[in-house]
Design a protein around this ligand. Structure first.
Ligand code: 4AD
Ligand code: MG
Length: 470
């Protein structure tokens, strides 16, 4: 204001010297317009300079910046971040008259499948090779990567050793009969033709049946007897035909095993709860996390946030208590399957427990032994095992874990004649130690924290029964 007043006063001084004394002629028609155009020229000149392409230094890839331009950049930086005038975007790319754009990869805007409009998850799954170009899937992939790094540093802080366990295996760890069997394709190798007219019958490549692993637990257990604390984040394969929003044929599981667990099954619950809270909290601050929830269900987002920030522990109830609560609820809630002791909790029961009964994550412990695999440690009551499932709203089961049976006599009885698993008994026979572990579906974790309804959107290229596009 001071400078403008001073300049106008000077202009007015000129006006008073003009012979025809036309009041304000010089100020209004000569000086102020000239002043304005000089200022506009200055602005345009510097904007143009900012974008001059010939200033790129070809050796470093950086543009040479002269002093004037440096000053301009500093001025702009001092103004702080500037928002784009376009709605729903923070930045835009401006190419003015002095700039040039060279199209490196052409794309026909008429036929490009990823148009700028709402595309359904189903449509995007049909274009899985292109879907990472949407903001939503790209954000999910970055969150997935960030979470993996947080998980690694968390386990490092707890003195766990990351293990690359095998994917080809001879066992069906869960005994659920959902394994994919491997088979060598008998090709027409020229060497076969030279030596024999009739090729020998195909032999098992590994001299025994081989499968894609359903879980890395048993191999981790072997390594825990040496390294004490081990974990892996690895792919698992299950030939389940169920078409649900929480089952994939290829998914990633975070699994850990450690020796000398404290406080039985509740100690494992504590460890997994800390793992989730410590790794998710920092991820929630990221822009990608906000992008995933944008336009989503705010109360659901808040519930996740509250769960991972609450200092009090998540609820813990036994399977027997859960069945009692479900049976009470069955008076008013219409369950498709009647809750009954000794029967598996159905997905509707798990969701009721997490969403209505507790309203947040809940550990259900001590399931009947007949519902769980052979490796879980028998409780003294003779009918339940020292295990838990962590149930979370909208997803259901997120983690399964247990204390492992270290008593060889009990284990032998439960294993029956599982062939090729003698090595598993050796772990007890030759100096075993009490140990415990768990497995968490990585896609289910992502689905819960980011409000993505189907885990098919939580993995780059999903596979399920009837579907493997690339
Ligand atoms: O409960 P599950 O079958 O437990 C195991 O495999 C144990 N051996 C793990 C361990 O103790 N090391 O699977 C563990 C978790 C489930 O809670 C679920 O989150 C996830 O793995 N999961 C699946 N995720 C996606 N698609 C599938 N088909 C899944 N099956 C299990
Ligand atoms: Mg389970």
């Amino acid at each position: 204001a001071f400078i403008s007043t001073a300049i106008i006063t000077i202009f007015k001084g000129f006006d008073s010297f003009l012979p025809w004394k036309a009041d304000g002629f010089f100020t209004n028609y000569v000086a102020l317009p000239t002043f304005f155009f000089l200022w506009l020229g200055y602005k345009l000149y510097y904007r143009t300079k900012m974008l001059r392409p010939e200033e790129v230094d070809l050796t470093t890839g950086l543009r040479a910046i002269d002093e004037e331009e440096q000053r301009y950049l500093e001025q702009e930086a001092a103004k702080g971040p500037q928002t784009s005038p376009g709605s729903g975007q923070s930045h835009e790319l401006v190419v003015d008259q002095a700039g040039e754009i060279e199209v490196l990869g052409e794309c026909d805007p008429e036929t490009y499948p990823i148009q700028k409009k709402d595309l359904t998850p189903e449509y995007l799954r049909d274009h899985v090779h292109l879907r990472a170009r949407t903001t939503h899937i790209a954000s999910m992939l970055r969150i997935r990567d960030e979470l993996r790094r947080k998980v690694d540093s968390w386990f490092e802080s707890q003195a766990f050793c990351h293990i690359n366990t095998p994917i080809i295996t001879g066992n069906d760890a869960e005994g659920a009969g959902e394994t994919f069997r491997l088979e060598k394709i008998e090709g027409h190798h020229p060497a076969d033709a030279v030596h024999t007219s009739t090729p020998p019958p195909p032999a098992e490549f590994f001299a025994r049946p081989a499968y894609l692993t359903v879980s890395h637990q048993l191999h981790l257990e072997a390594l825990a007897t040496s390294l004490s604390r081990v974990y892996t984040l690895s792919p698992c394969f299950r030939a389940e035909r169920s078409q649900t929003s929480r089952h994939l044929a290829e998914f990633w599981m975070l699994e850990a095993e450690w020796a000398f667990p404290q406080n039985g099954v509740l100690g494992i619950c504590d460890l997994t709860e800390n793992l989730i809270k410590d790794t998710i909290r920092p991820v929630m601050d990221s822009d990608d996390f906000s992008a995933l929830w944008k336009g989503g269900n705010e109360s659901r987002r808040k519930a996740v946030q509250d769960a991972v920030t609450q200092t009090s522990p998540w609820a813990r109830i036994t399977y027997t208590e859960a069945i009692e609560e479900l049976q009470h609820a069955a008076d008013t809630v219409k369950f498709e399957f009647a809750p009954q002791w000794g029967h598996s909790l159905q997905s509707e029961h798990e969701k009721w427990l997490a969403e209505q009964y507790v309203g947040g994550p809940v550990f259900v412990t001590d399931y009947p032994s007949q519902l769980k695999p052979f490796y879980m440690r028998a409780n003294d009551d003779g009918r339940t095992v020292a295990c838990f499932d962590l149930l979370v709203p909208h997803v259901g089961e997120l983690i399964g874990g247990s204390v492992r049976e270290e008593r060889i006599e009990l284990l032998e009885g439960k294993m029956g004649d599982i062939q090729g698993s003698e090595w598993y008994l050796d772990l007890r026979k030759f100096g075993g130690a009490p140990h415990a572990g768990f497995g968490m579906g990585f896609e289910r974790l992502l689905s819960w924290i980011s409000g993505i309804d189907n885990i098919r959107e939580c993995i780059p290229m999903p596979r399920w029964s009837g579907r493997m596009l690339l």
